[in-house]
Design a protein around this ligand. Structure first.
Ligand code: CP
Length: 317
């Protein structure tokens, strides 16, 4: 595998899940594969889970790991071509990327949406420049429009916890005080649409996602209807996608917080969230602390999704 930025890159999901569960059975079975190979993880944005789980995954495979926080200690990088660089950005991405590529074998990149220019965000400018100019296999550690390592971990988790062949999975918008990208929601929808689950998206009017990601999902504006009979509730906030409100917070209505009252409508559903989560905005204390909350095993599976992707990339070097 030479790149991992979306669900198509992983190929058939049954094969990806097979690899993931084999790795989970014995995550140290392939320590020889990464010997003398180096992973460079580049963060333009903060992280807890992605940073730790991906580093652990690489170490499980015997790799060396380097981490660069672009905004802490590195030269500030210009990303646009044609800019007269007389400001505070000392280096252009077009030199920095091949230099970084020369020090490693595989590159992971985290670069969030700016939420001011939809066209630029949805072109995935930063991620695509790494793919084009690094000369190395590149994987997304959350880009402007998708978070595939998270979605892969989410899929692994649903497969582990489901009690019926085709569970009802509901992606629900939930309130948040700050504008967040659509990446996790887009990506989750993309991966769920690649399964044969009964997949429903619910959100207030104005929070419609890019139709490309909504795909064949049922969109239900009435959250009570959406929650009825659900086996998994996947909560996430996102800012508006639709013009002229791109990147804006349209409401913070706490009637959309996932609480015990709304979970009671479901078929005893599991609660999921990618974390970090704002308690009593996105989800009540009671729900996230309940025995139906699987946010911790979900986060733990980030190590498995990352290791599966790295394992495949190492095998194709
Ligand atoms: N879910 C997730 O990607 O967490 P971090 O932002 O902490 O990496």
């Amino acid at each position: 595998m030479k790149q991992f930025t979306n669900v198509k890159d992983i190929g058939p999901l049954n094969e990806a899940l097979h690899d993931a569960f084999e790795i989970k059975k014995d995550r140290y079975a392939f320590t020889h594969l990464g010997k003398n190979k180096t992973l460079l993880m580049i963060f333009f944005n903060s992280s807890l889970r992605t940073r730790l789980s991906t580093q652990k995954a690489a170490m499980n495979l015997g790799m060396n790991v380097m981490v660069l926080d672009v905004n802490q200690g590195a030269w500030k990088l210009e990303t646009e071509r044609g800019v007269v660089m007389d400001g505070d950005k000392a280096e252009h991405l077009l030199e920095a990327i091949p230099v970084m590529g020369s020090y490693c074998d595989i590159i992971g990149v985290r670069s969030f949406a700016g939420l001011t220019d939809k066209k630029s965000d949805y072109e995935e400018k930063v991620l695509n420049q790494f793919i084009k100019y690094s000369g190395r296999p590149v994987f997304s550690m959350e880009a402007a429009t998708r978070h595939p390592l998270q979605s892969f971990a989410d899929l692994i988790t649903i497969e582990e916890f489901k009690t019926k062949e085709k569970p009802k999975v509901v992606l629900t918008w939930a309130p948040h005080p700050k504008a967040l990208p659509q990446a996790v929601a887009n990506s989750f929808a993309e991966w769920m649409n690649a399964t044969d689950y009964d997949f429903v998206i619910t959100h207030p009017e104005g929070y419609e996602l890019d139709p490309k990601f909504v795909g064949k999902a049922k969109v239900e504006y009435d959250r009570e209807k959406a929650f009825k009979g659900a086996d998994f509730i996947y909560a996430k906030n996102w800012s508006a996608y639709t013009d002229p409100n791109y990147g804006k917070v349209l409401n913070t209505d706490r009637n959309w917080t996932v609480d015990t009252r709304s979970m009671a409508l479901t078929d005893d559903a599991f609660f999921m969230h990618c974390l970090p989560v704002r308690r009593n905005m996105i989800v009540s204390d009671d729900v996230i602390e309940s025995e139906k909350s699987i946010v911790i095993p979900e986060a733990a599976n980030r190590e498995i999704s990352a290791q599966t992707v790295l394992w495949r990339m190492l095998r194709s070097l």
